[in-house]
Write a protein that binds this ligand. Structure first.
Ligand SMILES: [Zn+2]
Length: 185
C-alpha cells in the first residue's frame, strides 16, 4: 500500500485503531539515517546518530537532537502512518528576541528557548530550494513539555485528560509537519 493511501485511512479514523501507529517505538542507529526524506546521500552520511541507550521512548512523541559539531543543524525522526520520517532542519541564525511559543508543543510556561528552523522539502521541490520555516523548542523539549501535569484550571478540571490531549495535539502537529514536507514535493 502506498503512503498516500495509508495517510487517507489514518485521517478517516483519527481516534480509531490506527492512532497506535503514531506512538514512538524504540529506534536503532540503523533506522535513523535511512528515514531522512530531505537529505542528500552526502548529508545522510554526515548525520551523527546520538547515543540511544538512555532514551525513554515511551516519553517521546518524536525523536529530535542536535550535534555540537554542526551547531546550526538539527534532526528529527517522526513516526508517520507506521513509517519513520526523518527531517534535517537548520536553525535560522538570527535569534528571536521576544519569547515565542513553540508551534509543536504550544507550551505556555516557556521553560526553554524557541528558535526558528527551516527545513527543505523532500524531492524536487527541496532541490529547487523550497523550504518550510517553523518555530520549535531549541532542543526539541516538546515531548517533556506536554507531559507536565497542568495546574488545575477550574473546579473539577481533569489534569490527566488535559495532559493526554496535549500529547495527542503534539503528535498531530509533528505528523502534519512531516507529511507536508514529505508529500508536497
Ligand atoms: Zn516545543
Amino acid at each position: 500500500m502506498d503512503s498516500s493511501v495509508r495517510g487517507i485511512r489514518s485521517l478517516a479514523h483519527p481516534r480509531g485503531p490506527h492512532t497506535k501507529a503514531v506512538i514512538m517505538h524504540a529506534l536503532t542507529p540503523k533506522d535513523i539515517p535511512s528515514s531522512f526524506i530531505n537529505a542528500s546521500l552526502r548529508e545522510r552520511r554526515a548525520i551523527v546518530v546520538p547515543e540511544l541507550g538512555d532514551v525513554v521512548w515511551d516519553d517521546l512523541d518524536f525523536f529530535g537532537w542536535r550535534t555540537p559539531k554542526l551547531p546550526l543543524a538539527a534532526y528529527v525522526v517522526i513516526p508517520v502512518d507506521g513509517d519513520l520520517v526523518g527531517i534535517v532542519l537548520r536553525q535560522v541564525e538570527q535569534r528571536t528576541l521576544a519569547r515565542t511559543q513553540c508551534a509543536w508543543c504550544e507550551d505556555v510556561t516557556l521553560p526553554n528557548d524557541v528558535v526558528l528552523f527551516s527545513a527543505r522539502r523532500a524531492g524536487q521541490a527541496g532541490r529547487n530550494g523550497n523550504t518550510v520555516g517553523t518555530l520549535v523548542c531549541e532542543h526539541f523539549e516538546c515531548s517533556q513539555n506536554v507531559r507536565r501535569v497542568p495546574p488545575p484550571a477550574y473546579l473539577g478540571f481533569d489534569a490527566q485528560a488535559a495532559r493526554r490531549r496535549r500529547m495527542e495535539a503534539l503528535r498531530t502537529r509533528v505528523t502534519d509537519f512531516a507529511r507536508d514536507l514529505r508529500d508536497n514535493t
